[in-house]
Design a protein around this ligand. Structure first.
Ligand code: FES
Ligand code: FES
Length: 164
């Protein structure tokens, strides 16, 4: 009888929040498990697990990606940033300041994904129009319906960026 073959062990080197990291194991392991279970960076959330909701959004070389649907093999040599590394230590990102001002979260579950998506938008399109913000943020779902406060906070952070 043929035994099921066990996954080959791979070594993947990448950086997370500016620190060099090495993963050894099944190359198909989702990045989300590596972040949460191995590195204990639990700010990135697991929700749908199939790339649909955006709760697990992190940055890979500045682009938002869904960590639950990203095999660790595909992050080799890349720079990953999670919500824990979005702002320099002891500081906060303008989005985090605006999030607090507008008291955006309800249950909070989707919120680090929302902020990471918004941060990628502001980094690449700081003058995005309201319609562009709407379109860019649309894929990140919030079952509590905090969308209006999310948009208000993003516009505040945009304005802060223009003054800064
Ligand atoms: S948990 Fe990754 S997209 Fe929903
Ligand atoms: S705040 Fe609850 S899912 Fe968005």
């Amino acid at each position: 009888m043929t035994q099921p073959s066990s996954p080959a062990t791979s070594v993947v080197r990448f950086s997370v929040n500016g620190e060099a990291r090495t993963f050894e194991g099944d190359a198909q392991t989702p990045l989300l498990w590596v972040l949460r279970d191995t590195l204990k960076l639990t700010g990135t959330k697991y929700s749908c697990g199939i790339g649909l909701c955006g709760a697990c959004t992190v940055h890979m070389d500045g682009q938002p990606v869904r960590a639950c649907a990203t095999p660790v093999s595909s992050v080799a040599g890349k720079k990953i940033v999670t919500i824990e590394g979005l702002a320099p230590a002891d500081d906060e990102h303008p989005l985090q300041t605006a999030w607090k001002k507008h008291q955006v979260p309800q249950c909070g579950y989707c919120q680090s994904g929302q902020i990471m998506q918004a941060a990628a938008l502001l980094a690449t399109r700081p003058n995005a129009t309201e319609a562009q913000i709407e379109t860019y943020m649309e894929p990140i779902l919030c079952r509590c319906g905090t969308y209006q406060r999310i948009r208000a906070a993003i516009k505040d952070a945009q304005a802060a960026g223009r003054q800064g």
